[in-house]
Design a protein around this ligand. Structure first.
Ligand SMILES: C[C@@]1(CC(=O)O)c2cc3[nH]c(cc4nc(cc5[nH]c(cc(n2)[C@H]1CCC(=O)O)[C@@](C)(CC(=O)O)[C@@H]5CCC(=O)O)C(CC(=O)O)=C4CCC(=O)O)c(CCC(=O)O)c3CC(=O)O
Ligand SMILES: NC(=O)C1=CN([C@@H]2O[C@H](COP(=O)(O)OP(=O)(O)OC[C@H]3O[C@@H](n4cnc5c(N)ncnc54)[C@H](O)[C@@H]3O)[C@@H](O)[C@H]2O)C=CC1
Length: 192
């Protein structure tokens, strides 16, 4: 069964705690910033790899703290990502985050995750998130690459135009639904 429910988070307005500044921490930060360049991230790690530091220094919204994990770092956070190479520490982070009802991702243990990070395609205002329910992150990556390639850049112009048209509609909700459905009908019509 696939029980996942995707949501689109405004991570520039949420405080993220990322623990572990090695390979996986760097990968998570890279995709976070690619999608949300102003993501508010506090990174705590015993040591940070050079690539993590280089990436973190590309923005002023990432703070690095060189320290081992302590539960005090969970304070004033909304979301926690545990990416250390120590399973016991990752487990402890998950336990202590859950006590505070925080949303937590544990990079090495899908069963302990409240949410997964997905493959993400951005074309202006359009954002597509991809998950394989944890079955194959590589397949999520490949699908991301495929969609990045095939979805045209012009999609964003289309969304702008539809938004401008939507703003001109004066009627009630029902009228707007009908008008928007009519003007977008061609998008899903199969040509015979
Ligand atoms: C469950 C999840 C939890 C989470 O991290 O959120 C998770 C877990 C694990 N990943 C592992 C390995 C790899 N992960 C990647 C890549 C990505 N992983 C991502 C997400 C997720 N990875 C979540 C599920 C997403 C879904 O539902 O599909 C992506 C999509 C997004 C992102 O990272 O932001 C990003 C691609 C981004 C892009 O390119 O667009 C690659 C490929 C590569 O790097 O080229 C490999 C190596 C090949 C392999 O092993 O498959 C391992 C084994 C570790 C080990 O064996 O030691 C675990 C742990 C386990 O499965 O037990
Ligand atoms: N979800 C995913 O996409 C993937 C997950 N993994 C898993 O992620 C884990 C991490 O792997 P890597 O990043 O390659 O390891 P790494 O050795 O490159 O990095 C681990 C980082 O954690 C830090 N650390 C260790 N103990 C700590 C503590 N107590 N407090 C604070 N920081 C601490 C280290 O200083 C280091 O910076 C592994 O268990 C691996 O199996 C691996 C590949 C992909």
């Amino acid at each position: 069964m696939n029980h996942l429910y995707p949501i689109f988070l405004k991570v520039h307005e949420l405080n993220i705690l990322l623990i572990g500044g090695g390979n996986v921490g760097t990968e998570k930060l890279e995709f976070l910033l690619k999608s949300s360049p102003k993501a508010q991230v506090t990174a705590v790690s015993r040591e940070f790899s050079q690539s993590f530091i280089d990436l973190a220094e590309t923005t002023d919204t990432v703070t690095m703290i060189e320290d081992v994990y302590h539960e005090k770092y969970l304070g004033a956070k909304h979301i926690v990502i545990a990416a250390t190479d120590d399973k016991a520490v990752n487990r402890q982070i998950q336990d202590e985050a859950k006590e505070r009802f925080l949303l937590v991702n544990v990079a090495d243990t899908p069963d302990l995750c409240d949410f997964y990070l997905g493959g993400i395609v951005t074309k202006g205002n359009l954002k597509v998130a991809i998950s394989t329910n944890g079955k194959s992150p590589t397949a999520a990556k490949r699908l991301r690459q495929l969609l990045e390639d095939v979805l045209p850049e012009e999609l964003d112009d289309l969304l702008d135009n539809l938004n401008a048209y939507r703003e001109t509609l004066k009627g009630d909700f029902e009228y707007k639904v009908k008008a928007m459905n009519e003007i977008t009908e061609g998008l899903v019509k199969k040509s015979s």
